[in-house]
Design a protein around this ligand. Sequence first.
Ligand SMILES: *[C@@H]1O[C@H](CO)[C@@H](O)[C@H](O)[C@H]1NC(C)=O
Ligand SMILES: *[C@@H]1O[C@H](CO)[C@@H](O)[C@H](O)[C@H]1NC(C)=O
Ligand SMILES: *[C@@H]1O[C@H](CO)[C@@H](O)[C@H](O)[C@H]1NC(C)=O
Ligand SMILES: *[C@@H]1O[C@H](CO)[C@@H](O)[C@H](O)[C@H]1NC(C)=O
Ligand SMILES: *[C@@H]1O[C@H](CO)[C@@H](O)[C@H](O)[C@H]1NC(C)=O
Length: 218
Amino acid sequence: MDRSIVTILCWVIVCFVLVLERFSPVSANSEGDALYALRSNLADPNNVLQSWDPTRVNPCTYLHVTCNIDNSVTRVDLGNANLSGQLVPQLGQLPNLQYLELYSNNISGRIPNEIGNLTNLVSLDLYLNSLSGPIPDTLGRLQRLRFLRLNNNSLSGQIPVTLTTISTLQVLDLSNNQLTGRIPVNGSFQFFTPNSFANNQLDPLPVFPPTPSPSQGL
Ligand SMILES: *[C@@H]1O[C@H](CO)[C@@H](O)[C@H](O)[C@H]1NC(C)=O
Ligand SMILES: *[C@@H]1O[C@H](CO)[C@@H](O)[C@H](O)[C@H]1NC(C)=O
Ligand SMILES: *[C@@H]1O[C@H](CO)[C@@H](O)[C@H](O)[C@H]1NC(C)=O
Ligand SMILES: *[C@@H]1O[C@H](CO)[C@@H](O)[C@H](O)[C@H]1NC(C)=O
Ligand SMILES: *[C@@H]1O[C@H](CO)[C@@H](O)[C@H](O)[C@H]1NC(C)=O
């Protein structure tokens, strides 16, 4: 009798733990880990990342980080923070991130392919850094992106045609890099002027004869 009660109690506890695990916000911890991985890879002479403490329950109390009501990170605001070092692939583990603002720092190295996993991203501002290597094709998966500013870095290679599929894109600045090859002209790219691409080693855009456009009044 006693034994069977103990057995039943054990099962109840096991079920309870399993249910808890299923519904606990596991993401809070992995998001803190992702941001801590970034902190660990950056030099931070002005100590702007001092509050990014991996022992906290979630990263929502970190300075320069904003979360939604479910304690999931939606913004990282670290423009003009005098940071140097490299970005980390773990940044792709912030599923609700909408604003990644890292402009005007001294960040070098590549843009991780994993940034393309941030499918809720609205703004990717990495301008005025020392980033090199290609613009990842995976950025074409950012189908909610409105602002993509990668200007004033040392990015090379071609402009991924996948970017033309981002119909939400409103502001694109790839100027002042070392990009080569053709500038796509279809999809969202039909709305961007040469200013978006200035000061690269891109092929010159073909010049079309001027045609009267009904949208000229805009
Ligand atoms: C940026 O950091 C460097 C050290 O890496 C320091 O010499 C410089 O004063 C800092 N600049 C600002 C504006 O804080
Ligand atoms: C980058 O670092 C250099 C010196 O290492 C410093 O003079 C410059 O102000 C830094 N740039 C930014 C945007 O912090
Ligand atoms: C994140 O992106 C990388 C590289 O693009 C990919 O290999 C990986 O499967 C992605 N992870 C998730 C969870 O989507
Ligand atoms: C970006 O780079 C260009 C060319 O080097 C330079 O003229 C411009 O001042 C830079 N922009 C900023 C905001 O520093
Ligand atoms: C633009 O053209 C390229 C091929 O040149 C294609 O891969 C891409 O999907 C096109 N974009 C759109 C939005 O149709």
